[in-house]
Ligand binder design. Structure first.
Ligand SMILES: *[C@@H]1O[C@H](CO)[C@@H](O)[C@H](O)[C@H]1NC(C)=O
Ligand SMILES: *[C@@H]1O[C@H](CO)[C@@H](O)[C@H](O)[C@H]1NC(C)=O
Length: 410
């Protein structure tokens, strides 16, 4: 009898003092996951494949499906160039990541993959939810993990039609912090010039920790050139992140250790040359002392991937992947007609790029009060971000859709 009373009192005490609850539960609150591959077309196969693979890894580690939101254009699995319809791989000779073992959900696909929806999902936008769309419904004790994978440029990340701006992303993160939408938020970003999305913009006091694939002005790399699929199966950042996540006990590994692993696997050799991309971290760095499992799930998993190499093959700078791919195709072609077809395609691609450069040079040269040489060849520090945002959006609306690499490069 006495024992029961003491026990009940203890239970009461636990319920009454949230502090004790914290001691009992390893992580109070929930973990929410937002995975977004914002690039479309076959040449960007790898960006969606990375997100699918990340989805499998995170599900296997026990994050429940109801807390995960996936955004992807979804034009790869059943693309006419896919020799195995319905199958998407992220490693050369690797397993399917589209349906195996978990079927990747289609929360936002095709034209729903926009920067506006991406930000609205994070914020838990009520209007979007009213339309029956899934959003992050987080509270003050919850954690959020975000992975975004796409082409980037100075303070921008491309979407199939629109552009995500650094100032908008950071404003949303600040607002979410003010509205008590999370206890901590971890953001992994793989894109060219990814560092510029957070450098000098992400405050250190809003409990956000961000890891980017590249320095503010640096190009990122695609990897895993697949001769059969004739595309790249992933990006270098995700290769290292997911390799590390499949080969460690995430309940024991600190995020900072994972970051060190990614940083140390920044280099590779191509044609005898040592090349790099430099992962960076921003925001509140003490969040990186937490375990990876806090964000990616704490179930113990045995991954059957030991046979796969820890180093990717077939690298290409993300923006020039179509050129690198055509060079491979020219090399591999069996007969002269096929070779000639690829040579013609490459010439067309290069001349369209030249034309675009010429149009831009002409435009800049017409602008009054601008030193065209500096504007075209120099690298000035960005100081008027509102003006820059308008310029980029206007260019995207009126001249070239920046996210549709296929229009001007393929
Ligand atoms: C950084 O994050 C940790 C862990 O959430 C928190 O305890 C600390 O107060 C944060 N620091 C700042 C400056 O916000
Ligand atoms: C290059 O990468 C290897 C791992 O592949 C790592 O051991 C080495 O430290 C890296 N070198 C540099 C200079 O970053």
């Amino acid at each position: 009898m006495k024992v029961i009373v003491v026990f009940s009192l203890l239970l009461l005490a636990v319920n009454a003092v949230p502090f004790l609850n914290k001691l009992i539960e390893p992580h109070p609150g929930k973990t929410w996951i937002v995975l977004c591959a914002s690039a479309d077309t076959w040449i960007n196969y790898g960006m969606q494949a990375d997100v699918y693979h990340a989805y499998q890894v995170i599900r296997k580690h026990g994050i429940p499906d109801e807390n995960i939101i996936v955004m992807h254009y979804d034009d790869i699995a059943y693309h006419k160039q896919n020799p195995t319809p319905g199958v998407v791989i992220n490693r050369i000779d690797g397993p399917d990541v589209y349906k195996t073992p978990y079927e990747v959900p289609k929360h936002y696909t095709k034209d729903e993959v926009t920067p506006e929806n991406f930000l609205a999902v994070l914020k838990g936008d009520v209007d979007l939810e009213k339309q029956g769309k899934k959003v992050v419904k987080s509270g003050p004790n919850d954690r959020i993990f975000v992975y975004l994978d796409d082409h980037g440029a100075e303070e921008t990340v491309m979407f199939p039609r629109g552009v995500l701006h650094a100032i908008e992303l950071n404003a949303v993160l600040k607002k979410m912090h003010m509205d008590n939408k999370y206890s901590e938020l971890v953001f992994y970003l793989a894109a060219c010039e990814a560092g510029s999305m957070f450098d000098k913009l992400l405050p250190t006091n809003i409990n956000v920790y961000a890891v980017t694939a590249t320095l503010p002005g640096e190009l990122g790399w695609k990897c895993e050139h697949d001769k059969n699929l004739q595309t790249y199966l992933g990006v270098y950042f995700a290769y290292n992140w997911l390799y590390d996540s499949e080969h460690n006990d995430l309940t024991k590994e600190q995020i900072s250790t994972q970051y060190q692993y990614i940083k140390e696997h920044n280099n590779f050799t191509m044609d005898g040359e040592l090349l790099f991309q430099h992962a960076q971290q921003y925001g509140n760095l003490s969040i990186a002392k937490q375990h990876v499992s806090t964000y990616m799930g704490d179930k113990q998993v045995q991954f059957n991937t030991n046979s796969l190499p820890n180093k990717p093959a077939g690298m290409a700078p993300a923006r020039d992947a179509p050129i690198y791919l055509l060079r491979h195709q020219i090399e591999q072609a069996n007969d002269m007609n096929e070779k000639q077809k690829y040579v013609t395609e490459l010439e067309g691609l290069l001349s369209r790029r030249k034309l675009m450069d010429k149009q831009i040079a002409e435009y800049v040269n017409e602008l009054p009060a601008i030193d065209a040489n500096i504007a075209l060849n120099g690298k000035l520090e960005l100081n008027n971000r509102e003006c820059y945002r308008k310029l980029v959006d206007t260019f995207n609306d009126m001249c070239y859709v920046l996210g549709q690499v296929k229009i001007h490069t393929l």
